[in-house]
Ligand binder design. Structure first.
Ligand code: ADP
Length: 504
């Protein structure tokens, strides 16, 4: 029973709302619904009431005075605004008819009749112009609002259909748009109007690591006007499946290029990640499996070397030298691949000790003896210090930089190695006069498997040497970078802290 009463009250309330909405021309803007019936019935009713008032209440037909002009003007404006041209003109025509009816029924004579007809004529013109202008304006505004709304709806439909999760926030960090994918991906609903706090917006039971759509990063993207990669987050779904999500925040600009909102895009990259993991696993297993027979081959070539030495066969000696060269190249490739899979697994080992930095550099340069006929490797400067770190890993970096310097300067003949030290760090530069690196690729080349497309065919390689070098340097607390002019050459630098033992 109470429920029934409640329902009734709610119905009455919503009906009342509907009526108020119907009567309010502002609320109807953009609806493009124009009726004749409503202005016709209402205007007629007002005039019938006016007649009733003058004859029955006031008792004189002359009671219909100049107020009727204001009333009818107001009615015409209202209906033109409510029902466009149809409404305004219907109301105007009824008003004109009523004014003629008044002249006819009040028995005006002579001057009074003339004045009445003249005034009705002028008012008729004014009413028709007024209702046409307002009605025309109203219909145009409706069309504009409607097309804008259509545009908005289309945009919303696109956002909803997107295969990625989208959360759009205004400049204050309030959520103004969110699509269904977000719920599918995160398993929780973000309500519109939700304010992104300074901490974390998305925290659900399913997330073992919360998605950081923090206001800080949204504000960062808004203020810098640049997209911001928030990184990859790993979450566990209800069925126990691990899902990888990548979040990017991009600023949205208006026509004047002013940033007005930010869009956070949540992308499910699980498949990509799984493939990557599979690839890493494969590289790890393959390089491990290749290493064992290669070690045996190396052993046998040593035995062969001794036999050939005893036999004194010069041709066989030459062939063996070449074989050794290729075995070493293969061995270093396999070593690099193994290092990559160790880095991925977080298992790249380091043996820390104090070593003579200049001696290590000298040894590294010496190992390039075979190239010295074509390339002059010039060493400039000395550090005169002992460094605490992994000497062979650092030598691996120098070897990589030197072999790249040789490989990527087919027409060069000089490589300059500079060494300098300050109180707390030692810096090495390897300068070549080769093909150089485009400015926008200087960071990319340190990424895993990255090779410059234009040269990939011409120069052999796997694109992992610099990736391993960067890891080795950063693990020892140092920095690696490159300065380069395309076509003129490059200088790769790295710096290492001298006494990391004390800084640790
Ligand atoms: P790889 O040489 O096996 O391709 P690296 O990781 O050592 O792999 O280098 C990555 C990429 O960086 C190379 O493919 C090359 O395009 C560029 N690069 C590295 N060193 C140089 C250099 N000294 N001069 C020009 N380009 C270089």
């Amino acid at each position: 029973m109470i429920k029934g009463v409640l329902n009734c009250t709610q119905d009455a309330e919503s009906n009342m709302k509907k009526i108020v909405r119907f009567l309010n021309p502002l609320a109807r803007l953009g609806e493009k619904e124009y009726s004749i019936l409503f202005p016709l019935v209402t205007t007629l009713s007002v005039f019938v009431l006016s007649e009733f008032y003058s004859y029955s209440v006031y008792g004189s037909p002359d009671a219909v005075g100049s107020y009727i002009i204001f009333v009818s003007t107001a009615l015409i404006i209202y209906f033109a605004f409510h029902d466009g041209l149809k409404g305004g003109i219907t109301s105007s025509l009824i008003t004109i008819c009523y004014f003629l009816y008044i002249i006819y029924t009040r028995n005006y004579q002579g001057d009074q009749l003339r004045a009445g007809i003249q005034m009705t004529g002028v008012l008729a013109g004014l009413f028709l112009i007024l209702s046409s202008i307002i009605g025309w304006l109203k219909q145009n505004i409706d069309s504009l609002i409607d097309s804008e709304a259509n545009e908005k709806r289309r945009l919303q439909a696109i956002i909803q259909q997107l295969p990625v999760g989208v959360v759009i926030t205004d400049i204050k960090g309030k959520v103004i748009q969110v699509n269904k994918q977000v719920e599918n991906l995160l398993g929780l609903k973000i309500p519109l109007g939700y304010e992104v706090g300074s901490n974390i917006i998305v925290r659900s039971k399913k997330l073992n690591k919360p998605i950081n759509l923090s206001q800080v990063s949204i504000v960062k993207a808004l203020s810098s006007g640049k997209p911001l990669n928030q990184g990859v987050f790993q979450i566990q779904k209800e069925d126990g499946k691990q899902v990888y999500l990548q979040v990017t925040v991009s600023p949205i600009r208006n026509r004047n290029e002013v940033v007005i909102a930010a869009a956070s895009i949540i992308n499910d990259i699980t498949q990509q990640k799984e493939l990557e993991e599979l690839k890493d696993e494969f590289i790890g297993i393959a390089s491990h499996e290749l290493k064992t027979p290669l070690t045996s081959i190396k052993g046998y070539t040593q035995i062969l070397e001794r036999i050939i030495q005893e036999m004194g066969n010069d041709k066989a000696k030459q062939y063996l030298k070449k074989t050794n060269k290729y075995i070493n190249r293969l061995s270093s490739l396999i070593g690099d691949l193994l290092d990559v899979s160790k880095i991925q697994a977080g298992k790249l080992e380091f043996n820390y000790s104090e070593y003579d930095f200049d001696e290590m550099i000298e040894e590294a340069i010496d190992s390039f003896q075979p190239f010295k006929q074509k390339y002059q490797i010039i060493k400039r400067g000395k550090s005169n210090i002992k460094v605490y770190g992994d000497s062979s890993r650092t030598e691996q970096v120098i070897n990589n930089l030197l072999s790249n310097a040789i490989k990527y300067s087919p027409n060069g003949n000089k490589i300059i190695v500079t060494i300098s030290s300050s109180n707390n760090q030692v810096t090495v530069g390897v300068k070549d006069f080769g093909i150089g690196i485009p400015a926008n690729k200087k960071k990319e080349i340190f990424k895993r498997f990255y090779r410059l497309e234009d040269y990939a065919q011409k120069f052999s390689g796997l694109g992992i040497g610099l990736y391993i070098s960067a890891e080795i340097i950063s693990r020892q607390g140092g920095k690696i970078w490159v300065e380069s002019v395309e076509g003129k050459g490059s200088t790769f630098y790295f710096s290492l802290p001298i006494n990391r033992k004390n800084n640790k």
